[in-house]
Design a protein around this ligand. Sequence first.
Ligand SMILES: [Zn+2]
Length: 117
Amino acid sequence: MSRRRINYRTQYPLRWREMVAQVRVRSGNRCEGSPAYPECRAENGKSHPVTGSIVMLTTAHLHEGDDTRTMTDLSRLAHQCQRCHLTMDAKLHARRAAETRRLRRIEAGQLTLGVAS
Ligand SMILES: [Zn+2]
C-alpha cells in the first residue's frame, strides 16, 4: 500500500511567501499569541519560555473557513510558535488525519460503511 498524503500546498495563494514575510515584519519575529495563549510572545529561534523547545514560528490562518487560495487580508494571519499553532489547529489536524486514514482504507480495497473513523 502506498503512503501518499493529501497535498495541501496547492491551497496556498501564489504570493504566500510575500505574505509570510509581511507577517514576520509585523510580529517582530515573535509569536503573536493564540486564543488559548493570547499573551504568548515567544521569540523565533530561542527557547520557548514555557515549553523549553526551540521556537520555530509559522504563519497560521486565524479563521478556518477562509479560502486560503484567494485570501490576502494579513489581519487573518498570525505568526505563531508551535504551542500556539498546534493547539489552535488540533481539530483540523484530527480531521485531516481521519480523512487520510479513510482514503488509505479505500485504497486498500476496504468498503466504507459510513461510520466515522
Ligand atoms: Zn505562542
